[in-house]
Design a protein around this ligand. Structure first.
Ligand code: IPD
Length: 262
C-alpha cells in the first residue's frame, strides 16, 4: 500500500508542477465534452497523458481509468483512477481550487488516494485503514455538528436538465443549514470534509475519478460516504459527513428525490 501511495503522490506532484508551470500560457486551449459548459483544456489532456505514462512505466499491466481517456481493457486486479484536473472550470478561469486526483483500487476497493492542490501547496493522502493526512497532520472530520449548524458543500453537473433539479434541491437545503458552498472541485470538497473546512458534502452526477481518491481521504478522516437509501456512493448520488450528520442530511435529501430526471 505504501508503494502505491508513494508512486501516486510522486506522479500527482509531477503533474501538478507541470500544470502550474503551463497554465498561464496554455489554459485557454479548450474543447467541449458532454455540454457547452463541460470543457476540457489542452492541459487536462497533457496532464492525463503524463500520469498514464508514469503509471505504465512503473506498473506495466495495471488498468487505468482516466477522465479524459477512459479505460483500456485489461486483466489486472489493480486499477488506477485518474482525474488529471478536477475543477477544470476553476483552472480555466484562474481560480485556485483545482486538483490532480489519483486513486489506486485493488480488487474493486480503493486502497490509496492522493489529491494534490498545487495552488495551495496542499497534498492530501490516504491509505485504507491507515488514516488520512495533510502533510504531517492526521485529518479528522468535524463531529457532533447538527444539520442547522452545518456548512454544506455541493456542486452542479453540466447538463441543463440535471441542473434544474439540483437548483430545486439546493433551494430546499439552504434554509435548513448554516450555509452552502460551491467550490468547483468535488475532490477538494471531499478533502474539505476531511479537514473540517466544511461539515458535509452532497452532489449528484459525480464520477469515480472525482471521488476515488478524495473519497478515501474523507472516510479515513472518520466521515461516512454513501448514496441514497443505503446504496454505496456512485454517479447517482453522493453524501459525505460524519456519522449523525450524514443521516440528518440524507433524511433531508432523500424525500426531495434528487436523482430524478437523470
Ligand atoms: C467537476 C467538479 C465539480 C463538480 C462536477 C464535476 P471536472 O469535475 O468536480 O465540482 O460539481 O460535478 O464534474 O469536470 O472539473 O473534472
Amino acid at each position: 500500500m505504501t508503494d502505491f501511495l508513494t508512486l501516486a503522490e510522486d506522479i500527482a506532484r509531477e503533474a501538478g508542477d507541470m500544470l502550474l508551470a503551463k497554465r498561464p500560457t496554455m489554459s485557454a486551449e479548450i474543447e467541449t465534452k458532454s455540454s457547452p459548459t463541460d470543457v476540457v483544456t489542452a492541459l487536462d489532456t497533457a496532464s492525463e497523458l503524463l500520469i498514464r505514462e508514469r503509471i505504465e512505466a512503473a506498473r506495466p499491466g495495471d488498468r487505468i481509468l482516466g477522465e479524459e481517456g477512459g479505460e483500456a481493457p485489461g486483466e489486472s486486479d489493480v486499477r488506477w483512477i485518474v482525474d488529471p484536473i478536477d475543477g477544470t472550470v476553476n483552472f480555466l478561469y484562474g481560480l485556485p481550487d483545482w486538483a490532480v486526483s489519483i486513486a489506486v483500487e485493488v480488487g474493486g476497493r480503493v486502497v490509496a488516494g492522493v489529491v494534490n492542490v498545487p495552488t495551495r501547496g496542499e497534498v492530501f493522502t490516504a491509505a485504507l485503514g491507515e488514516g488520512a493526512w495533510l502533510g504531517g497532520a492526521r485529518l479528522r472530520c468535524n463531529t457532533g455538528v447538527p444539520l442547522p449548524q452545518a456548512l454544506v458543500a455541493t456542486g452542479f453537473g453540466y447538463s441543463q436538465a440535471g441542473r434544474a433539479v439540483q437548483g430545486e434541491v439546493v433551494a430546499e437545503v439552504l434554509p435548513r443549514v448554516r450555509d452552502i458552498r460551491r467550490g468547483g472541485s468535488c475532490a477538494i470538497d471531499l478533502c474539505s470534509v476531511a479537514t473540517g473546512r466544511v461539515d458535509a458534502y452532497y452532489e449528484r452526477g459525480i464520477n469515480p475519478w472525482d471521488y476515488g481518491a478524495a473519497g478515501l481521504v474523507a472516510t479515513e478522516s472518520g466521515a461516512r460516504l454513501g448514496g441514497l437509501n443505503g446504496r454505496p456512493v456512485s454517479p447517482d448520488f453522493a453524501i459525505c459527513a460524519a456519522p449523525g450528520l450524514f443521516e440528518e442530511l440524507h433524511d433531508l435529501l432523500a424525500p426531495l428525490d434528487p436523482e430524478r430526471g437523470a
